[in-house]
Write a protein that binds this ligand. Structure first.
Ligand SMILES: Cc1cc2nc3c(=O)[nH]c(=O)nc-3n(C[C@H](O)[C@H](O)[C@H](O)COP(=O)(O)O)c2cc1C
Length: 196
């Protein structure tokens, strides 16, 4: 089954040498070859302001530079976020992007009078978080309980209705051999082919 897939590269460093970029491209190219519709947005190439106030969040409009990305978020059935672990969690740049885009009216709606809960507006979509890190992935999972990723999954993605949110973690990136990196790229290609 062909899916509409949005690959979001969340590495703040625009250098093409970053592993995150190679992982995202491997996924996107394999997904396209397999017949999925794919859009890829590299957040490091966009200029956008930090969201600073509740007023702006609730009543402001999405910055012009993010309109295309916001439209792609509504278009997608499946999201693939690729980012490095920074200080235990998602780096500030992709988090700032999500604060701008996952707004009331776009991603969720506050309860109307008499209703108890917020409405998630992005239901029916799924996501995968692909995270690279310096420490062994097992240490992040077991000792740190994947806390930064859990926060993103539950506090942002599940909140707006995106589930399931699956994870692919690549650890000890700095010391990984060439063979290891090639096996990671192949893993991303297999996921891309299946559109998951
Ligand atoms: C500001 C910063 C903070 C980092 N914090 C962590 C961390 O908390 N845990 C960890 O395992 N690695 C940490 N790292 C290492 C990065 O996760 C690692 O360099 C990255 O995943 C490598 O992938 P890349 O080639 O795509 O940059 C940090 C790196 C930077 C620059």
């Amino acid at each position: 089954m062909s899916r509409r897939i949005l690959v979001l590269v969340g590495h703040p460093d625009p250098s093409p040498e970053r592993l995150c970029r190679a992982l995202a491209s491997a996924y996107a190219e394999a997904a396209e070859m397999a017949g999925h519709e794919v859009r890829k947005i590299d957040l490091a190439l966009l200029e956008f302001p930090l969201l600073r106030t509740m007023q702006e969040f609730e009543h402001g409009s999405i910055p012009d530079s993010l309109r295309g990305a916001a439209e792609a978020v509504l278009w997608a059935e499946h999201f693939v976020f690729v980012f490095p672990l920074w200080l235990g969690t998602v780096p500030a740049m992709p988090k700032a992007f999500l604060e701008q885009v996952m707004r009331p009216g776009t991603a969720f709606a506050y309860p109307a009078k008499g209703e108890a809960f917020t409405k998630s507006l992005l239901r029916g979509r799924s996501a995968r978080l692909v995270v690279t890190m310096g420490m062994p992935a097992a240490v992040y999972r077991i000792w740190f309980l994947s806390h930064g990723i859990a926060g993103m999954r539950r506090g942002i993605l599940n909140f707006v209705g995106i589930r399931p949110v699956r994870e692919t973690l690549f650890g000890m990136v700095a010391s990984a051999s060439e063979a290891k990196r090639v096996s990671w790229l192949k893993q991303m290609q297999r996921l891309g082919e299946r559109g998951i």
